[in-house]
Design a protein around this ligand. Structure first.
Ligand SMILES: CCCCC/C=C\C/C=C\C/C=C/C(=O)SCCNC(=O)CCNC(=O)[C@H](O)C(C)(C)COP(=O)(O)OP(=O)(O)OC[C@H]1O[C@@H](n2cnc3c(N)ncnc32)[C@H](O)[C@@H]1OP(=O)(O)O
Length: 286
């Protein structure tokens, strides 16, 4: 059995000029093995660990939500979101959750994803995505929710490739994309289901830095987070909300409608057929 939650306790020093001393006391017993939390000096590392590809199943989504809640409860000021699975940040939503589902589980799955997005995109904590592998669709969404994105160079790709599966990125995925790379790039990339190399992603602003290896990327992610944490927290958070609040409000006010739209769309024969073919193509590859 792999370790539940790994973190080392040390004398956490406040990184925020305006903060009081932060000591993160993570409740390791209640957290899932799918997410590893590590306490650093004044911030945390949240590492997804669901081999082989960190697919976002219902349990994984809930584990991420619980981890963020745990950090918030402990007044953590910031975190790095990354993966403990080599070569993969996250393969996005677990397609098996959407293929031939029961309605009850499908609803819980989607509602949990909405909750995670609201929590992550609207987080008071500063966050940096350390993208150390592939980040398609839901994986890209998680990264875009962070305040900064550092990607390791290599063969990995990032983007919203939903149309390639015969599905459509929900409006709040689209809003997050538009807020990150702008309207024109989003319109084109959403239609084509484009997945970008690290250098292409850098060029369109989907990531902020590309580093040659994981060690260099980790060092830059840490210094980037520290830069965010040095800004007075309230001013930084309210500035972030100037950009994000309309999108957050839109989902908050339309959660039920979005849930019904998703369930109706995902369970159509055409979508089910497309998802079945896509799953087969992934399996055939192996
Ligand atoms: C109009 C109204 C609209 C309303 C909205 C409606 C619908 C929208 C709904 C949702 C939006 C969707 C968001 C998503 O995130 S969909 C998921 C998109 N993800 C992908 O396309 C990635 C697919 N995976 C890959 O491309 C590759 O696996 C990889 C990530 C590049 C890694 O490649 P690698 O070679 O390292 O691994 P394998 O391909 O061999 O995979 C190993 C193993 O994992 C399985 N797997 C991979 N990805 C997923 C996944 N996303 N879900 C479930 N399972 C996955 C793969 O099948 C292999 O399994 P095996 O059993 O063969 O070992």
């Amino acid at each position: 059995m792999m370790s539940l939650v790994t973190f080392t306790r040390n004398n956490a020093l406040p990184l925020l000029r305006t903060s009081i001393t932060v000591r993160i006391q993570l409740n390791s017993a209640s957290l899932s093995s799918l997410v590893r939390l590590e306490e650093k000096q004044g911030y945390a590392v949240v590492a997804m660990h669901k081999p082989p590809v960190n697919s976002l199943s219902l349990e994984m989504i809930q584990a991420l939500s619980e981890s963020l809640s745990e950090l918030e409860k402990n007044k953590c000021k910031g975190f790095i979101l990354t993966s403990a699975c080599p070569g993969i940040f996250s393969a996005g939503l677990d397609i098996r959750e959407m293929y031939q589902p029961t309605e009850e589980r499908l609803k819980e799955f989607w509602s949990s994803l909405q909750t995670l997005w609201l929590q992550l995109y609207g987080s008071k904590m500063a966050s940096v995505a350390l993208i150390n592998g592939h980040a398609p669709a839901g994986g890209c969404l998680l990264a875009m929710c962070c305040d900064s994105r550092i990607m390791v160079n290599g063969k990995s790709k990032i983007g919203l490739n939903e149309t390639k599966l015969g599905i459509v990125a929900p409006f709040w995925f689209k809003d997050t994309f538009v807020n990150t790379i702008g309207v024109r790039q989003s319109e084109r990339a959403l239609q084509l289901g484009s997945l970008f190399t690290p250098d292409e992603a850098l060029k369109i602003g989907l990531v902020d830095r590309v580093l040659p290896d994981p060690e260099a990327a980790t060092a830059v992610a840490e210094s980037e987070l520290k830069e965010f944490l040095q800004i007075p927290a309230m001013a930084r958070y309210l500035s972030k909300m100037r950009i994000r609040e309309a999108a957050l409000k839109d989902l908050l006010e339309n959660r039920e409608k979005d849930l019904n739209t998703f369930v109706n769309f995902a369970t159509t024969d055409a979508v089910q057929k497309g998802l079945g073919i896509y799953l087969q193509s992934l399996a055939k590859k192996n």
